[in-house]
Design a protein around this ligand. Structure first.
Ligand code: ATP
Ligand code: MG
Length: 363
C-alpha cells in the first residue's frame, strides 16, 4: 500500500534522512520510533507530498507522490506534528471544510463529519471555536481532520501528544480500530505505544531505518533475549550443568550479588527465542534438593531494543540481523488499491468564504 524506496532528504548540506526504504501492507499499522531529530517528521512530510525528497520514490496505492500528488492527497489523511487548524472556525465547520476540500460529496459530508467527531470524542465541542479549545482537544480535531474523508492511508505524527491519559487510551483504541480498512503510519516517542498499537515497528536513527520488524520479533532478536533470574541455595557446580541441559536453555550464568546472604547465589538463565522451560527449570532445582528462594522472569523490553539500536556501536550489527531475520515487506507485490495521501491543509481561506454547513461559532 505504501512503498518507500531509497528516500534521501538533504537540508542545505545536512542529510536529514538517508536511503530510507520500507513498505507498509494494506491494513497494517507501522510505528515509526526514533529519538529527536531522527527524521520521522521529515519522512512523513515526504510521504504526504508536503515536502519534496532530494531523491528516492514514494508510492501510495500505486500512485507516485511526486508525479501524481493529487491522486495521492485524496487518499491520505495526515496529522502533522502541529495540526493545521483555523482558529476562527468551529470544530464542526472546520471538519466540513476539510471534507469538502478532500472531495467528500456534499450529501455525505454531514455523516462523515459526525462520524469523525464521534470517533474523536468531539461531539460536545462541535459548536466551539477552535481557538477556544484546549491543546488536547485541538489534537483531537487534528486527528478528526485526518480521518474525516475516510482515506485508505493515514499518517499520524505523534498522535497522542498533549492528550490526557484517558484520551491517549481512546486514541490508541481508535487507531487500532482503523487498522484493517486503513493503512496507518504513526510516529511516537512512547515505546509502550508502539507495542500496544502497531503491528510493525521501524526504528529510525540519524536518518536511517535501523530495524523493521514486529515488536515481538524485535525483542526476540536482541542478544540475550528473555530469561529467568533465580536465587538458589545449594551446590552450584551440580546445578549449573543440569540447568544447561534443560531444552530451551541457552546459557546459565552465576551473578555476583553482594547483598545476598552467603548461603544463596543468583543465576541468570538465558533462553532460546520462543522457548519457556520455566517449569523444568524450577523442577530441576527442587529435584536436586536445593532451595529455590526466588524465580523471576526477565523480559527484554522494546525499550531495551530501542536503546540498543539507537546506541551507535550496536546499531549496525543489529540492523543487519534485523534485515536478515525479517525482510521488509516489499510493497511491490501488494496490489495497488486506494491509498493514502497527505495533506497539509490548503492555504487558509477566510471562513466566511466557505460553504460550510456548520453555522454556530460560539461555545
Ligand atoms: N526545515 C528544516 N531545515 C533544516 N533542517 C531541518 C529542517 N527540518 C528538519 N531538519 C533537520 O532534519 C533532521 C530530522 O528532523 P525531523 O524533524 O524529521 O526529526 P524527528 O524524528 O521528527 O524528530 P522529533 O522526534 O524531535 O520530532 C534534524 O536534524 C532536523 O534538525
Ligand atoms: Mg518529529
Amino acid at each position: 500500500m505504501i512503498e518507500v524506496e531509497h528516500l534521501h532528504k538533504i537540508y542545505g548540506s545536512t542529510p536529514a534522512i538517508q536511503d530510507i526504504t520500507f513498505g507498509v501492507e494494506k491494513g497494517e499499522i507501522l510505528g515509526f520510533l526514533g529519538p529527536n531529530g531522527a527524521g520521522k517528521t521529515t519522512t512523513m512530510r515526504i510521504l504526504t507530498g508536503y515536502l519534496p525528497a532530494t531523491s528516492g520514490s514514494v508510492k501510495i496505492a500505486g500512485f507516485d507522490v511526486h508525479e501524481q500528488s493529487m491522486e495521492v492527497r485524496r487518499r491520505i489523511g495526515y496529522l502533522p506534528e502541529v495540526p493545521p487548524l483555523y482558529p476562527e472556525m468551529t470544530v464542526e465547520g472546520f471538519l466540513h471544510f476539510v471534507a469538502r476540500i478532500k472531495g467528500v460529496p456534499a450529501g455525505d459530508r454531514p455523516t462523515r463529519v459526525k462520524l469523525a467527531m464521534r470517533r474523536c470524542n468531539l461531539l460536545e465541542k462541535q459548536k466551539v471555536l477552535i481557538r477556544k479549545l484546549s491543546k488536547g482537544f485541538r489534537q483531537r480535531v487534528g486527528i478528526a481532520q485526518a480521518i474525516v474523508h475516510d482515506p485508505p492511508a493515514i499518517i499520524l505524527d505523534e498522535p497522542t501528544v498533549g492528550l490526557d491519559p484517558r484520551q491517549i487510551i481512546e486514541v490508541r483504541n481508535l487507531i487500532r480500530s482503523l487498522a484493517g480498512e486503513h493503512t496507518i503510519i504513526l510516529s511516537t516517542h512512547i515505546l509502550p505505544e508502539v507495542s500496544m498499537t502497531c503491528s510493525r515497528v521501524a526504528i529510525i536513527n540519524r536518518g536511517r531505518v535501523v530495524a523493521t520488524n514486529t515488536p515481538d520479533q524485535l525483542m526476540a532478536q536482541l542478544a540475550g533475549g528473555s530469561g529467568y533470574e533465580l536465587e538458589v541455595e545449594g551446590d552450584l557446580a551440580m546445578l549449573q550443568p543440569r540447568l544447561q541441559g534443560v531444552p530451551g536453555v541457552r546459557g546459565v550464568k552465576a551473578i555476583a550479588e553482594p547483598y545476598l546472604p552467603d548461603n544463596l547465589c543468583k543465576l541468570h538463565i538465558d533462553l532460546e527465542p520462543g522457548s519457556d522451560p520455566g517449569r523444568q527449570i524450577a523442577s530441576t532445582v527442587v529435584g536436586l534438593g536445593m532451595g529455590l528462594y526466588e524465580m523471576k522472569r526477565v523480559r527484554v523490553s522494546l525499550e531495551d531494543v530501542f536503546l540498543e539500536l539507537t546506541t551507535e556501536e550496536k546499531a549496525t550489527d543489529l540492523a543487519a540481523a534485523a534485515d536478515e531475520a525479517a525482510p521488509d515487506s516489499n510493497p511491490s507485490d501488494s496490489p495497488a488499491t486506494d491509498l493514502a495521501d497527505t495533506d497539509p491543509l490548503p492555504t487558509p481561506v477566510s471562513a466566511a468564504s466557505l460553504t460550510s454547513p456548520a453555522t454556530s461559532t460560539e461555545e
